[in-house]
Write a protein that binds this ligand. Structure first.
Ligand code: SME
Length: 153
C-alpha cells in the first residue's frame, strides 16, 4: 500500500479544490488498487438525517440519497464505526448497487470529532477487503480531515 500512500499524498499537495481533490482520490483508487471497482464519497446532506453522494468513480448509482440507518452507508452514518462486508448477500440491511458487487467497505470521515461522511468502496470480488485496506483507508480519511480543516476552499 506504500506506493498508493505516496500517490495519495501527492494528490493532496496539488492544492486543488476539495471537490477536485476528492475526485482525484476516487479516480486514483478505482484505477490503481486491485478490487476497488467503485469508489465514492457520501457526505451528510446539510442538517438532514441522510447522506448525499458526492464524488465517485465507477458505474453511476441511483442511490444518491441514503437515509441514516439504511444500508451499510446509512448504518456507518449512525454508528461512527467502519463496516467491512465480506459477502453482501449475507447482509439484511444492504442497498444493492448491482449484482456484480460482492463485498464492500465503508470508513467514516470525521471533522473535529463529528462524523461528516464516508468513503465507500465496492468490489466485484468476494472478501476483497483486509486489515491492510482498513488501515490504508483510515489513514486516507484522516488525511481528508486534515485537508478539510486546512483548506478554505
Ligand atoms: N451498498 C451501499 C449503497 C451505496 S452503493 O454501494 C454505491 C449500502 O448498502 O449502503
Amino acid at each position: 500500500m506504500h506506493q498508493h500512500q505516496n500517490k495519495i499524498d501527492s494528490i493532496f499537495k496539488k492544492d486543488l479544490s476539495v471537490e477536485d481533490t476528492l475526485q482525484a482520490v476516487c479516480n486514483y483508487l478505482q484505477r490503481s488498487v486491485p478490487n476497488y471497482d467503485w469508489v465514492g464519497f457520501y457526505f451528510k446532506n446539510g442538517n438532514k438525517a441522510e447522506l448525499k453522494l458526492a464524488q465517485f468513480t465507477g458505474k453511476p448509482t441511483e442511490h444518491i440519497i441514503i437515509p441514516f440507518g439504511k444500508g451499510i452507508c446509512g448504518q456507518v452514518a449512525v454508528s461512527n464505526q467502519k463496516f467491512v462486508v465480506a459477502d453482501v448477500t449475507a447482509e439484511d440491511n444492504y442497498i444493492s448497487c448491482g449484482l456484480d458487487v460482492k463485498s464492500e467497505i465503508v470508513i467514516p470521515i470525521f471533522k473535529n470529532g463529528e462524523n461528516i461522511g464516508q468513503i465507500d468502496i465496492d468490489s466485484h470480488t468476494r472478501n476483497a477487503f483486509t486489515k491492510k485496506d482498513v488501515l490504508f483507508l483510515e489513514k486516507l480519511c484522516s488525511k481528508i480531515e486534515f485537508f478539510l480543516l486546512n483548506t478554505a476552499k
